[in-house]
Structures are given as C-alpha cells and as structure tokens.
Write a new protein. Structure first.
Length: 207
C-alpha cells in the first residue's frame, strides 16, 4: 500500500499548506481561463492535490484509503512489477480526464475554479467495482448495497446534477473520473469485463 499512503501523504500535506495560503491555492486550482490563456497546464494535476477545507479533504482521502488499498493490491497481483506504475497512471490520468469537461465548458470564464481529488478517487472506486462488483459499498454508513448497483446510481446522479449545475460541486469530474476508472481497467485488462458480468449474473438478491 506504499503508493496509496504516498498519495494520501502528499495530498494532505499540500492541502494543509494551502488552507492558510490563498495565493498558493489560487495558483494550484483548476482555472480553465488561466490554463488556456497563460498555458498553465500544470493546473490539471495540481488541482487534484488541494481541497476546499478539512471535511472535503477527509472525505476524499478516507474513500481513497479503502479503495486505493484494494486496487493497489489487485494491480500488483495482475501486473506484478508494473502494478504500481499502472496504479499511479490510473489516479493521475483520472484527475486530468475528469477536469477536461469543465475546462472546455469554462475556458472563457475567468471566474470558474475547481479543486479536489474527487475525479481520481472516483476512478479508483470504479476500478474496484470492475473487479469486485458484488462487494458491498456503504453510503453514509447506513445505506449499503453491491458496488455495481451503487455505482450505477452514482453515475445517474452525477449526470443529472451536472446538467443542473446548481451547486458548487463539480459533478462532471465525478462522472468522468468514474467512467475513466472503469474504462482504464477494461482496456488494460480485458478479462476484467467478462469477470465483471459473470459476477453480476451470479448475484442473487435474496441470498
């Protein structure tokens, strides 16, 4: 779990540093307008290592801790020496991909900003769903259901909320990060798709 711990450590450190340094926060967050016009493309990555507040940071890293540990182990079993490389690729590429829709929508809007590791975390969660679709995932502790069901509901919710765009949450990042995580695993390890559907078909609601 060294990669999971390392990512959490870096994210916590950078996020904590920016809590009291608004100028640093502004330099690292995703601002599509500045990214385009000043060619500050590094924001695609750095925005995934900063957070709005302690709760935002805790929720993302808490989720990443559990699912990151699972995927780091699974990747290590499948690809041995390359597992850690693919795990890092999954996380970082998801952060970039999850920001692309917002970038293209708001590249001429200087007032738009977004930040957080949600895209990368969503990708790791959905990678877990690919390999363990029947594993129960709990939402707010009380609501627990198989990953493929909760994952489907999550995608629908993120799509709907993204269309409404009436809050300060980047639902597009959640949606595209999750989809990227699923596709990444299927492309790199095609047998995972067959195993995914095989496990779902074996599920019995009243078992």
């Amino acid at each position: 779990m060294i990669i999971t711990y390392t990512i959490i450590g870096i994210t916590v450190l950078v996020s904590m540093m920016t809590f009291n340094k608004p100028e640093m926060l502004n330099e690292l967050m995703m601002n599509p307008y500045k990214t385009k016009n000043l060619r500050q493309y590094y924001r695609f990555i750095t925005s995934g290592f900063i957070h709005k507040d302690h709760l935002h940071l805790f929720m993302n890293m808490f989720s990443f801790y559990f699912f990151g540990a699972t995927i780091e182990t699974v990747f290590g079993m499948i690809w041995e020496n390359w597992g850690n490389v693919y795990f890092i690729m999954l996380y970082l590429m998801a952060i970039v991909v999850s920001d692309l829709p917002s970038y293209f929508k708001n590249k001429d809007n200087p007032r738009y900003n977004s930040l957080g590791a949600s895209g990368g975390v969503a990708a790791v969660i959905f990678a877990s769903v690919v390999f363990q679709p029947l594993q129960y995932i709990c939402l707010f502790i009380a609501l627990c259901m198989p990953g493929f069901i909760l994952g489907t509901a999550y995608l629908v919710y993120s799509y709907y909320q993204g269309k409404k765009a009436n809050d300060n949450i980047n639902h597009d990042a959640h949606l595209y990060g999750a989809l990227f995580g699923f596709v990444f695993c299927v492309v790199l390890y095609p047998p995972s798709l067959g195993n995914f559907f095989e496990q779902i078909m074996s599920w019995r609601i009243f078992e």
